[in-house]
Design a protein around this ligand. Structure first.
Ligand SMILES: Cc1cc2nc3c(=O)[nH]c(=O)nc-3n(C[C@H](O)[C@H](O)[C@H](O)COP(=O)(O)O)c2cc1C
Length: 190
């Protein structure tokens, strides 16, 4: 896949096959996160990777696509096979939201390039997860990234009537994106 195709076709995936992602590939995804920009190059992030049995303890602590209702949550046999938790050093960070977001984007795009679906999860039980994953002292969890080989199709479409995403009768998710002409202008041509 070429770069622009990766950027445009990555969608949040919320149903996964149960094929495992290799440890090498999971490490490769975190490896590219290290190269993301970081305010003042402080690099305050660490990554906890969960795969195998512990994913079963994590899943009940995650919340999925409100807009899709019950069908948005992975059903038994569709759960993520891995998670990456992005954590920030609370005492050594200039802009934790931006740093974490940029690292996450590297991960989800590299994952998609490798054929792996992902969903960024902000709606998670952070205190319980922090205990489960043995979070290092002085860190906090920013977001989780749920990962797995996709068992769902999700398509971006030009916005027509609002930006609410939905699932059709075939289970395909449709994600409206605002049109380029609505989000961009050349400021020197006004
Ligand atoms: C900061 C952030 C937090 C998110 N949290 C959740 C979440 O808790 N549960 C979920 O199902 N999706 C979550 N998402 C995924 C968004 O719903 C999704 O990115 C959005 O609907 C656009 O769809 P797309 O990723 O397919 O382009 C989150 C996305 C971002 C950027």
């Amino acid at each position: 896949m070429e770069l622009y195709e990766v950027l445009k076709t990555r969608r949040s995936i919320r149903k996964f096959t149960q094929e495992k992602i290799s440890d090498e590939l999971l490490a490769k995804l975190v490896d590219v996160a290290r190269y993301a920009p970081a305010a003042a190059n402080v690099q305050p992030l660490k990554y906890a990777v969960v795969r195998g049995e512990m994913t079963k303890d994590i899943f009940p602590l995650t919340r999925w696509a409100k807009l899709l209702g019950e069908r948005g949550t992975p059903q038994p046999g569709e759960e993520p096979t891995a998670y990456i938790f992005v954590m920030t050093d609370t005492k050594n960070s200039y802009n934790k939201e931006a740093d974490a977001s940029l690292a996450i984007e590297n991960i989800v795009l590299a994952a998609w390039y490798e054929g792996i679906g992902s969903c960024i999860l902000g709606s998670i039980d952070k205190p319980k997860i922090a205990r489960l994953i043995n979070m290092p002292q002085g860190y906090e969890i920013n977001y989780a990234i749920a990962l797995g080989y996709p068992a769902q199709e999700s398509l971006a479409e030009e916005e027509q009537n609002g930006v609410a995403y939905y699932m059709d009768d075939e289970g395909v998710v449709h994600v409206p994106k605002r049109k380029l002409c609505d989000v961009m202008y050349f400021a020197d041509e006004q």
